[in-house]
Design a binder for this molecule. Sequence first.
Ligand code: ATP
Ligand code: MG
Ligand code: FE
Length: 332
Amino acid sequence: PVILAIESSCDETSASVCADGNILSNIIANQTIHEAYGGVVPELASRVHQQNIVPAVQQALLNAKVNKNDIDAVAFTRGPGLLGSLLVGVSFAKAFALAKNIPLIEVNHMQAHVLAHFIGDHNPAFPFLCLTVSGGHTQIVLVKDYFDMEIIGQTLDDAAGEAMDKTSKVLGLPYPGGPLIDKYARSGNPDAYKFPEPQIPGFDFSFSGLKTSILYFIRDNVAANPNFIEENINDICASVEKRIATILLNKLRKAAGQYGITDVALAGGVSANTGLRQGLQQLGMDLGWRTFIPKMEYCTDNAAMIAIAGYHKFLKGEFIGQDVAPLARMPF
Ligand code: ATP
Ligand code: MG
Ligand code: FE
């Protein structure tokens, strides 16, 4: 089947075309309007989605060399995400499916981040563990089958990406700060400063305490030396990145041990992080895991992951009616 997929859960408007599970195009329109606000402004995000959605779909069809009459089904992100943003994608998907008289396929955005590992032919084997780390979520997922996933650990407060973004905000960097922390960290000493590792039972996480200690650390140092950030930004970013990565990887190691799993994957926007990617590879070499790290374009929000999820639902004949509505919160 040829599937058109739409992603609009947050601040990326994305469209992708896939044929029999092969991704033919993946257009991602980023929204720069939020940079000045230190975070995504929901009302602005939905308006920009409205401007971007038709051009994104047109470009996705063009790049895939597929005519819109040859689409067999439309897959879309139903949730979780910002309601106003989701509404744009859901409404477009419904209208397209209605006009072409083709079925609709609903996709859970967090499942799609995991299923990005089934793009291409280097795929993990079930059951595997996936550490999904993004702007809104931090989860260790036990993946038993394409749509049979269990969250065995998650954050009790902030997400890992949020910790990155809030740290960068304190450092005076624009949103989203994760990629900038990564950039500065490459020239810094990761052992320059020590931040605490939260002691949370099981496989759960907490990042709000870490966030506060980073905040106080920077505030106190800037009070003593107004140029502290400027002079030490590389070391600060490297140290913060290392702490976040080790918190994540220590839990992942514990979970893999307990569940006896050796196929371990990374997903979500923070999986673009160099320190985390290298850390997982190293851990895999030490412990004999097969590790799976998505290509950069499939880490942050993209419609290709929605397309691959949609393809596997199509094979199961799982479609949804025109009365479907988006869900800001959407459990697996
Ligand atoms: P969710 O998937 O939870 O709904 P989201 O869709 O906003 O949230 P993604 O687009 O998957 O999230 O990820 C965005 C997050 O990834 C942001 O917090 C961003 O700072 C972070 N991020 C992106 N690239 C990097 C990087 N290289 N290093 C660290 N963090 C990064
Ligand atoms: Mg985003
Ligand atoms: Fe996401």
